[in-house]
Design a protein around this ligand. Structure first.
Ligand SMILES: Nc1nc2c(ncn2[C@@H]2O[C@H](COP(=O)(O)OP(=O)(O)OP(=O)(O)O)[C@@H](O)[C@H]2O)c(=O)[nH]1
Ligand SMILES: [Mg+2]
Length: 301
């Protein structure tokens, strides 16, 4: 009998939700950085294993919001718990549960969802340290399973899939069996540029950029031409992004081009543009313009 269901991946920022999604899917569909709040929109990743189809949603880490963008991110977390079959809470294997986990578990309880807890980063944690963490979580919620994993090495992820699979409803698959994500390629391209900016300009521009694909054209010779617009909120950020004689923009451009080529499997001609738009994070019209580029319930930038 075929099984298919939706699994929402939740947790505080930086615990490895997007890394886990990429490992489970086997492709890089969500960007990852050592900085909290890397993920800004909901990303769907699809994994079909024989009779079972898992539809995962990666969410932004729960956080205190201070801008319209932050509010949109928080709404997308709350929405992500409704109408799904399973919640997958990701947390650090060496940290006791705190307020973010308690808030999320309250939401999960309200929605009456079965919840699996993945205690992540076991590759960098001593085994005996994990036991008290498991004990503390067990008092908070009646988890369907608690599984120590490493999203980085893939350790424990097979067991995790088995446990989740047991909770999925019997029904026909919703997506074709070879589907990986519902993210349009143009959104992924802009995200891969944002990832390089976050990795390189972590300190200089905290959360200051939005990236948007303005043009995405496949030429007859097989090369894909892509223009990505980088929007920052301060003129001095613009000069940091461009760098001395354009050096930063060139580095970001060539590294993200390599990643976009891997994703598309074609040669890419990538052009980056930088624009200053003060306070874009609070500009409702700008944010809605960005979200309208993709499906209506995703927040894109
Ligand atoms: N050692 C180790 N590091 C990990 C593991 N999983 C993720 N990380 C690192 O943790 C950091 C955050 O990873 P992300 O996947 O971006 O975390 P996230 O939960 O999606 O974060 P937000 O999108 O900000 O909510 C990155 O530097 C990852 O490389 C793991 O299993 N082991
Ligand atoms: Mg993430």
């Amino acid at each position: 009998m075929k099984k298919c269901g939706t699994v929402t991946i939740i947790g505080r920022p930086n615990v490895g939700k997007s890394t886990l999604l990429n490992t489970l899917i086997g492709e890089k569909i969500a960007i990852v950085s050592p900085k909290p709040q890397t993920t800004r929109n909901r990303i769907t990743g699809i994994l079909t294993r024989d009779e079972v189809q898992f539809i995962f949603t990666d969410t932004p880490g729960i956080h205190r919001s201070g801008s319209k963008l932050g509010d949109m991110m928080m709404r997308s977390i709350y929405d992500s718990v409704s109408g799904v079959d399973v919640a997958l809470l990701v947390a650090d294997a060496d940290k006791l549960p705190g307020r973010p986990e308690k808030i999320l578990l309250e939401r999960v309880a309200q929605a009456e969802l079965p919840c699996v807890l993945a205690l992540n980063k076991t590759d960098s944690v001593q085994k005996p340290e994990i036991l008290p963490i498991i004990a503390a979580y067990s008092t908070l919620y009646d988890f369907a399973a608690i599984i120590p994993i490493s999203a980085k090495t893939g350790d424990g992820t097979e067991v995790l899939l088995e446990e989740i699979s047991a909770l999925l409803p019997e029904q026909e698959h919703i997506f074709p069996d070879d589907a990986l994500t519902d993210q349009p390629e143009r959104v992924l391209a802009a995200e891969l540029v944002r990832e390089q900016l976050m990795l390189r300009l972590e300190k200089e521009i905290p959360h200051g950029v939005a990236c948007e694909t303005e043009r995405f054209e496949e030429r007859e010779d097989g090369i894909t031409e892509i223009d990505v617009l980088i929007v920052c909120d301060k003129p001095n950020h613009k000069s940091i992004i461009i760098g001395k004689q354009g050096s930063m923009l060139r580095t970001v451009g060539s590294l993200s081009r390599i990643n976009i080529e891997k994703m598309l499997g074609t040669q890419v001609f990538l052009q980056l543009w930088v624009k200053v738009k003060e306070d874009w994070k609070n500009s409702a019209s700008f944010l809605s313009e960005l979200s309208s580029l993709s499906d209506p319930d995703a927040i894109i930038e």
